[in-house]
Design a protein around this ligand. Structure first.
Ligand code: XIL
Length: 315
């Protein structure tokens, strides 16, 4: 059975995957990617980020993003937009710019409005804000916060809503899958935005987990977000291990994937699950965490791992 098919049977909108433009020359990979019973949703891993879409101020390039959009539309797959505002993968003119608060606010509004507007009517959801917090619950000391305080957040959300009224607007974050200062800080932000009438529809739990370390309070923690009257999604799931992989690690990884899927199934507010690419060949993990890998449900040879069955069982 396809993963999207079993997710739909469980009442979810989608099971999806991230993918990236350079991967689309791999024919056996694309054959799996194109199967809309396997993946009912696609996220561009890089090509809709700020450095890819507005490399020079006011100069927008959607060619690479459109390739991903066209692929998903051709296959009848939903899209999640990723992302509008993030402190990484910024073009130099933003990262090293000198702006007044008002200037940077209008830059954020123009970027989000133009990006989201380009894909109006085509995105299920947008990660409008990505990784705004530190693990201790303070705001990331990035160009946006340092220049505007938190004013860039409602600016981005309002601009996104104005150019695509039907896209669900998300804040996407990692290390909020368990209770702690970061989850609390995000909840406080959501309450503040809601009290000010700023649009916020959903929370994206990135869910970059480690084998054997899926948070034990995952379900309880999801409930604390659902209590705020927002939907949520698992947006970047992978479960990495210290290499080399062993049968025992792969067996635990299967359980871990199943646990995460179970936690989504427990909530009607959990709309779907996206893996951050589906094969170890294209996983970001070895590049970001030296010595770790084997985080995806398909191996380097595009063979399904026990984790695949864990996902099916979880739904
Ligand atoms: C990663 C991509 O997968 C890599 O190809 C890129 O080099 C760095 O970014 N959290 C996010 C994603 O929100 O955008 C990141 O994607 C992974 C961590």
């Amino acid at each position: 059975a396809g993963l999207h098919a079993v997710a739909k049977t469980a009442g979810k909108l989608y099971f999806g995957t991230a993918t990236d433009n350079p991967e689309l020359t791999d024919t056996p990979y694309v054959a799996i990617l194109d199967d809309n019973m396997m993946f009912g949703q696609i996220t561009a891993a890089n090509s809709m980020k700020w450095d890819a879409t507005e490399p020079e101020q006011g100069v927008f390039t959607f060619d690479q993003g459109d390739v991903i959009r066209n692929l998903a539309q051709g296959n009848g797959q939903l899209l999640r937009g990723h992302n509008c505002v993030w402190h990484e993968q910024l073009p130099d003119w933003v990262a090293f710019g000198t702006f007044t608060s008002d200037e940077l606010i209008s830059i954020v509004e123009n970027h989000c409005g133009t990006l989201v507007g380009h894909y109006t009517g085509q995105m299920y959801a947008w990660d409008v804000i990505n990784e705004a917090f530190n693990d201790d619950g303070t705001f990331q000391q990035d160009i946006f916060f340092n220049t505007t305080g938190t004013a860039y957040i409602p600016a981005a959300l309002n601009a996104a809503r104005a150019t695509d009224p039907n896209a669900k607007l998300y804040i996407n974050e990692f290390n909020i899958e368990f209770a702690g200062p970061k989850a609390t800080a995000l909840q406080n932000l959501i309450k503040e935005l809601q009290s000010e009438g700023v649009p916020i529809d959903g929370v994206g739990f990135q869910s970059h987990f480690i084998v054997g370390e899926v948070p034990t309070d995952l379900v309880a923690n999801f409930q604390t977000f659902v209590d705020l009257d927002v939907e949520f999604a698992i947006t970047e799931l992978d479960v990495r291990m210290t290499l080399p992989e062993t049968d025992a690690l792969l067996a635990q990884q299967k359980k871990d994937y199943e646990t995460v899927i179970n936690a989504c199934v427990a909530f009607p507010e959990c709309v779907g699950v996206t893996v951050w690419d589906f094969t170890d060949t294209f996983s970001w993990v070895p590049g970001a965490f030296p010595g770790q890998g084997a985080a995806c449900p398909w191996d380097d040879n595009l063979v399904r791992k026990p984790a695949f069955d864990g996902i099916v069982t979880g739904f």
